[in-house]
Design a binder for this molecule. Structure first.
Ligand code: 13P
Length: 249
């Protein structure tokens, strides 16, 4: 039985006061949640969040990382720096990183590998654009994104990973994938991993992301291959996020 997870991706939102408020509310409201909760604030707030989360079971994650250990990479942040601030998870390959910051499948694979090598959990995001879905390329796109990582980091590294299916057309649009649409892609991803390792495929958490809200969370999480959610906009509203965490159980 895979444990459910809900990950908050705050993206480039918030300030010190909002971090205090959101994490305070989360600590209060989610004491009885048995699912694993992880929060990914902007990197400059990691230290503040780390302090606020002391003594809780809420995990801390980063939204991005550089694949190199250290060096002349102005503006970048290494895995060991994230580790120092208590990050156990790192998002890699978010569609906004791919489309707005030109990250390639290979860049994503290198980041994934660096995160695994340091003993942290990468959250690998895959997903097709609206155009790719319309021309029937969804399967090809998500499997290409997945294979790039499998080929670089090895299938064993997925025993430590989380995959998030985030259809680009559903992100921030309110157009959530239906539970059936999401389940179909989650099943495809798991089946693909099954060909390489049944054991890893069975325990691999596959989260859904894209306009998850309190109204649709329970029906999405009820699908057999959907193991929780990666939540953007609704994670910035403490009531909405609490409701989503409650739907995960
Ligand atoms: P929304 O929940 O705002 O659609 O964002 C999803 C997402 O990109 C999470 O990483």
């Amino acid at each position: 039985m895979r444990r459910r997870r809900v990950i908050a991706n705050w993206k480039m939102n918030g300030d010190k006061t909002i971090v205090d408020h959101l994490l305070g509310a989360l600590k209060n409201n989610c004491k009885n949640i048995t699912s694993e909760l992880i929060v990914c604030p902007p990197a400059v707030y990691l230290a503040q969040a780390q302090g606020l989360l002391v003594g809780t079971t809420i995990g801390l994650g980063a939204q991005n990382v550089n694949a190199n250990r250290s060096g002349a990479y102005t503006g970048e942040i290494s895995v060991s720096m994230l580790q120092e601030f208590g990050c156990g998870h790192v998002l890699v390959g978010h569609s906004e990183r791919r489309s707005l910051f030109a990250e390639t499948d290979q860049d994503v694979a290198e980041k994934f590998k660096a995160v695994v090598n340091a003993g942290l959990r990468p959250v690998l995001c895959v997903g097709e654009s609206e155009h790719e879905r319309n021309i029937g390329s969804t399967d090809e796109v998500v499997l290409r994104q997945l294979d790039a990582v499998v080929n670089t980091a090895g299938i064993e590294s997925f025993s430590q990973a989380i995959v998030a299916y985030e259809p680009v057309w559903a992100i921030g649009t309110g157009n959530t994938a239906t539970p059936e649409q999401a389940q179909e892609v989650h099943r495809l991803l798991r089946k693909h991993i099954e060909l390489l390792s049944m054991e890893i495929a069975t325990q691999l958490p596959i989260l859904y992301g894209g306009s998850v809200n309190p109204e649709n969370a329970a029906s999405l999480f009820a699908m057999s291959d959907i193991d929780g959610g990666l939540v953007g906009g609704a994670s910035l509203d403490s009531q909405a996020f609490t409701a989503i965490c409650n739907a995960a159980g």
